[in-house]
Design a protein around this ligand. Sequence first.
Ligand SMILES: [Zn+2]
Length: 142
Amino acid sequence: MKTVYSQPNSQEFWQEQLDKVVAQCEARDIEVNVGSRKENMLLIYEDRYVIWLNSRVKPETRLYLLLHELGHVFILRDKKLITKFSRVNSKAKSLSLKILEIEEEVLAWHMGEQFARKNDIYLGPGFLLCKAKCLKTYISSV
Ligand SMILES: [Zn+2]
């Protein structure tokens, strides 16, 4: 059977890419929800991870944000990395902790990108832009 692909860059195309990543998340016991809350977030329960994505964001951007949150899960599932970044969650943040937080954010983007490349998920030029915008908010808060 011949596979028919949607027009690149159409809404359906991005939705397909997004669905592929959601399926991969579910296979890894990561729940993905789409809702009206503004912030995209990763919630950690004792036995599972839940990623929330904003429904008002277009599918292409939602795909990139999902990959980023997935990158965070990969960090959390890596013993060495979780030890390294565990201090980031403390309330009072020194400059070095703020920088460590940025390092974790950059790494989550990197891991999400690696995952996409390994799994044939298409990343458009919007990926870099989305990554840059998100990282900028962290950098400006230092
Ligand atoms: Zn993040």
